[in-house]
Design a protein around this ligand. Structure first.
Ligand code: SF4
Ligand code: FES
Length: 165
């Protein structure tokens, strides 16, 4: 039986991109210069598909798909910026932020924080809620927590209870 071609060509937001077979849609988008926000995906781990931040619309698929877990197929037509994808990104960020402490002004991670960056780039611009926010002994966001577990400096870690209000 003939070997399948080593590459596949798909279209993302109207841009054709050819990638190695087995490449995820998220990596294909990176190759095409298209940014799709991610949180739970890390290069050194298998994809989890947990945070749902990397949603895309794929032609002929009924629901939004997580691009970090979806393997690119020949002829796939992907949209990463349609109104429903943008709305899902906004809703998801709102959901992630709803129990996040409002500590950015005193957080060492401020200014180099993926959650801040993505909220700025993909967030709804204003909160739909106005509750008092939870306080945590350290940031729970996946990227920061994973860096912390790996021994890297995590600016959002709080070692002193006095830092907590
Ligand atoms: S980790 Fe720190 S800077 Fe980032 S969103 Fe949380 S409190 Fe703000
Ligand atoms: S980056 Fe979290 S589901 Fe894709």
């Amino acid at each position: 039986m003939a070997e399948p071609p080593a590459t596949v060509t798909l279209t993302i937001d109207g841009r054709a991109v050819t990638v190695a077979r087995g490449t995820t849609v998220w990596h294909a988008a990176q190759q095409a210069g298209i940014d799709i926000p991610i949180f739970c995906y890390l290069d050194r781990m298998p994809p989890l598909g947990a945070c749902r931040q990397c949603f895309v619309r794929v032609e002929k698929m009924p629901r939004l798909q997580t691009s970090c877990t979806l393997v690119a197929e020949e002829g796939m037509v992907v949209s990463a910026s349609t109104p429903d994808v943008r709305a899902a990104q906004e809703r998801n960020l709102e959901f992630l932020l709803i129990n996040h402490p409002l500590d950015c002004p005193i957080c060492d991670k401020g200014g180099e924080c993926p959650l801040q960056d993505q909220t700025f780039a993909y967030g709804p611009g204003r909160s739909a809620t106005s509750p008092s926010r939870s306080r945590w002994d350290r940031c729970w966001c996946w990227t920061a927590s994973a860096a912390f577990s790996a021994g890297a400096a995590c600016g959002s870690a709080r070692s002193s209870p006095a830092m907590m209000r």
